[in-house]
Design a protein around this ligand. Structure first.
Ligand code: UD1
Ligand code: CA
Length: 472
């Protein structure tokens, strides 16, 4: 097998974003642009991945080092930034002694799919060319570089929009900025690049012209889905790219996974999300993160999931907000539940309306039906938490957080307060309105509230007093 390396160009300024933040670190559907590009390249299993940084280099380098801690991503400084060809030149010393294929991608095109990069690699191998450009046939070539072919239909050059003649501007096959290069075959070509053009930059695109002229061989392979090339230069293009990613993801889920997405336009699902067959996603859902939803679920309308979320088969999560939590098979969540980080809800359990969970585990068949806050708590199975039950887990004075433990089969009456640290043992019962500060033994009842008094005839007497002496 031929060795593979990948180069990602991320040194440019991205002026049109009008942002203090580096362009490639902007979020697109729950993940920074650069991470998306890196991940697609990683799927090719390159022996090394080189990221060229320049503008706001420190920030981008820090991000790369923190996000890809295994050291698989190396950064290379390009200073000053003299064009895409110049950017690749900065990696050349690190390619010394390397013999194989180099995938080069622009760091601002996050819709590209790894399957496409694999296809590019494969056709590069088959054609034997030194440079293969990934191209796209589009209706509106915008300001992308144009692919110029010779009489025989062979790729002759890439001409930048700014340097193009009227005839060239009419060409609808454009350069995606993604290439496969044979190394060291292109080394001479890279060294021969000049900046004799409108932008006074070293264009990587000129490598295509060099490969054609020198006989090293230039080839092109066209994208089947032009949306994959969507580059981000402004915030408007950022939202366009997110839309393309969403559309591609929705199609895949609907056509390959058998998921019903009722209204794709109001649904945002990032490509990483896995969903089982027969699950229905109702309108208004936003699912971004490391999310896996089982088969036969009902999600939404208006459900947000973030971080690492697992939802078992047959569960429903209606109009709720879920972060870093696990929801068991056939569990019912919502409407209007808020699962903050670190929860595990057992199978066939229920988390009802206006319930907030934080670092809470619920066993199987346990219900927290209405208006509760359950934080830093472990609830067993078959527990019933009455409406309005609150775990008082936080001491504002000492800043301490303590745990509440509720054993199997225990129950609380409405409006109980469980002051942590406290334990209700198995089958314990708490009377409505009780403030529990001491552990409740197994099977015992805890009641702590003023005893009710009955004053016979009180209402009638009060009414009579009111009639005798009406208010002034
Ligand atoms: C480039 C291509 C164009 C193609 C388009 C696709 C060139 C000359 N043109 O144009 O044919 O249609 O991409 O999106 O290559 N960068 C560096 N260092 C630099 C300049 C740029 O690392 O000195 C990086 C940028 O951060 C960016 C990428 O290279 O991620 C592309 O640069 P950009 O200036 O956006 O090139 P385009 O004009 O879009
Ligand atoms: Ca660009």
């Amino acid at each position: 097998m031929v060795a593979v390396r990948a180069i990602i160009l991320a040194a440019g300024q991205g002026k049109r974003m009008k942002s203090a933040k580096p362009k490639v670190l902007h979020d697109v559907l729950g993940m920074p642009i650069l991470s998306r590009v890196v991940r697609q390249c990683q799927a090719l299993a390159p022996e090394k991945l080189h990221v060229v940084v320049g503008h706001q280099a420190e920030l981008v380098r820090d991000f790369v080092e923190k996000t890809f801690e295994d050291g698989s991503c190396l950064t290379h400084l390009q200073e000053p930034q003299l064009g895409t060809g110049h950017a690749v030149m900065q990696v050349a010393p690190a390619l010394e002694g390397f013999n194989g294929h180099v995938i080069v991608t622009v760091g601002d095109a996050p819709v590209i799919q790894s399957a496409t990069l694999k296809h590019l690699l494969l056709s590069h191998e088959q054609s034997g060319a030194a440079v293969t450009a990934l191209t796209a046939i589009v209706e509106d070539p915008k300001n992308y570089g144009r692919i110029v072919r010779d009489e025989a239909g062979k790729v002759r050059a890439v001409v930048e929009d700014k340097d193009a003649s009227q005839a060239e501007k009419a060409i609808c096959e454009v350069n995606t900025g993604i290439y496969c290069l044979s190394w060291p075959a292109v080394k001479d070509g890279l060294q021969s690049l000049t900046c004799e053009n409108k932008q006074k930059e070293y264009y990587l695109t000129d490598l295509v012209g060099w490969a054609y002229k020198s006989g090293a061989g230039a080839a092109a392979v066209a994208l089947t889905d032009w949306r994959e090339m969507a580059g981000i230069n402004s915030r408007l293009e950022l939202s366009e790219a997110a839309r393309h990613l969403r559309d591609i993801t929705v199609s895949r889920l609907a056509l390959e996974s058998g998921v019903t997405i009722v209204d794709p336009h109001s649904t945002w699902i990032c490509p990483e999300v896995k969903i089982g067959q027969e699950t229905t996603i109702m309108p208004g859902c936003i699912l971004t993160g490391d999310i896996e939803i089982g088969a036969d679920c009902l999600i939404g309308p208006y459900t947000v999931m973030k971080g690492r979320v697992r939802v078992g088969a047959g569960a429903s999560v209606v109009s709720s907000y879920v972060n870093d939590s696990v929801i068991g098979d056939r569990a019912r969540v919502g409407p209007f539940a808020h699962l903050r980080e670190g929860n595990a809800v057992g199978s066939a359990s229920k988390v009802g309306n206006f319930v907030e969970l934080k670092k809470a585990t619920l066993g199987d068949h346990t219900n927290v039906g209405h208006l509760s806050y359950i934080g830093d708590a472990s609830l067993g199975s078959n527990v019933n938490i009455g409406a309005g039950t609150i775990t008082a887990n936080y001491d504002h004075v000492t800043k301490r957080k303590d745990r509440t433990i509720v054993g199997d089969g225990a129950s609380t009456g409405s409006n109980s307060v469980l002051v942590a640290p406290v334990e209700l043992c198995a089958e314990a019962v708490v009377g409505a309105g009780t403030v529990v500060t001491k552990d409740v033994p197994s099977g015992a009842l805890a009641v702590g509230r003023a005893r009710q008094e009955i004053i016979e005839g009180w209402a009638k007497r009060r009414k009579e007093r009111m009639t005798v002496a009406p208010k002034a």
